[in-house]
Design a protein around this ligand. Structure first.
Ligand code: ZN
Length: 292
């Protein structure tokens, strides 16, 4: 048992040590914040927890790429409590815009929450992608260091390495559901986009209601240039991180947005609450459909 722990702990930590040399964090770059956000600082406690004490999570790398500043990698955290019961395949993404840390923190909290509550998530196989734009996260910018808004690049033959790796993951894994976490500095409340399967709206509505205990929902009729009803938008931008066009059966797809001006801990806590509510409702909807 100890050997298993040790090897998974070492494997998880090696990803950090190999991929991001410590000195790299202090190199000065154009467009960088005064103190660059540290990927190591963000992920190390999480990876340590997963390596040392988690039976349900494992930490992996989806792939590497090189930039003039060094080598970067996309982390993936896999949750599976029981091989027999896990039938719902869920993908959760955060940090595709590098200046939206609330979603990244919410996913770190999701790891801790599911670790400490063994009755949660038994039916799920979850792939969590906590940091989809590592260079943007370091620089504190929406775009990647290549100057691209990665969330407009999907399924368009993009050459961006982050997009290529995520598209490959999505094609391989055939998810039943997609949840993306974002923050919006022009919104005073929580809201979300629904795409894909028609039941998606029945997931977002209770999710916003649950999160509203912490932050208000944006009730305006127009949000981000789109028509909205009770914080729900049914259209969206092209090229966002999603299932490939034409996927059947259609997975559910939710994009959650927190108000970026709110305190960070409230944003991440409300996003986490919304996530857990979506998981709870989807499981119930699936069970109900199976009984029909
Ligand atoms: Zn965003």
């Amino acid at each position: 048992m100890k050997t298993g722990f040790e090897s998974s702990r070492t494997a998880a930590l090696e990803l950090l040590d190999v991929a991001v040399p410590p000195s790299h964090e202090w190199k000065l770059r154009r467009k960088t914040p005064l103190v660059p956000n540290s990927i190591r600082k963000l992920l190390r406690p999480l990876f340590e927890q997963i390596g040392q004490s988690s039976f349900a999570w494992r930490a992996e790398s989806v792939g590497f790429w090189r930039t003039p500043e060094g080598r970067y990698w996309l982390p993936r955290l896999v949750f599976q409590r029981s091989r027999d019961q896990a039938q719902i395949r869920l993908a959760i993404f955060a940090g595709i815009h590098g200046d939206e840390p609330a979603g990244v923190q919410a996913l770190c909290e999701l790891v801790r929450t599911l670790d400490s509550a063994p009755w949660l998530g038994r039916q799920y196989l979850i792939h969590v992608y906590p940091l989809c734009n590592p260079t943007g996260y370091e620089d504190g910018t929406r775009e990647s260091r290549a100057g691209k808004d990665l969330n407009r690049e999907f399924w368009r033959g993009s050459l961006e390495p982050e997009v290529h790796l995520l598209e490959r993951e999505i094609l391989r894994s055939k998810y039943d559901g997609f949840i993306s976490l974002h923050s919006d500095d022009s919104s005073e409340g929580l809201y979300g986009f629904v795409r894909g399967a028609t039941l998606t709206e029945h997931l977002l509505r209770p999710a916003l209601a649950a999160a509203e205990a912490l932050l208000p929902v944006n009730e305006t009729a127009e949000i981000d240039g789109f028509h909205a009803i009770n914080g729900i938008i049914r259209s969206g931008y092209d090229g966002v991180l999603s299932a490939p066009p034409g996927t059947t059966p259609e997975p559910f797809e939710v994009i959650l947005e927190s108000p970026a001006a709110a305190p960070l801990y409230l944003q991440s806590a409300s996003l986490l609450r919304a996530l857990l509510e979506i998981m709870r409702h989807y499981r119930r909807l699936i069970a109900f459909a199976a009984d029909l």
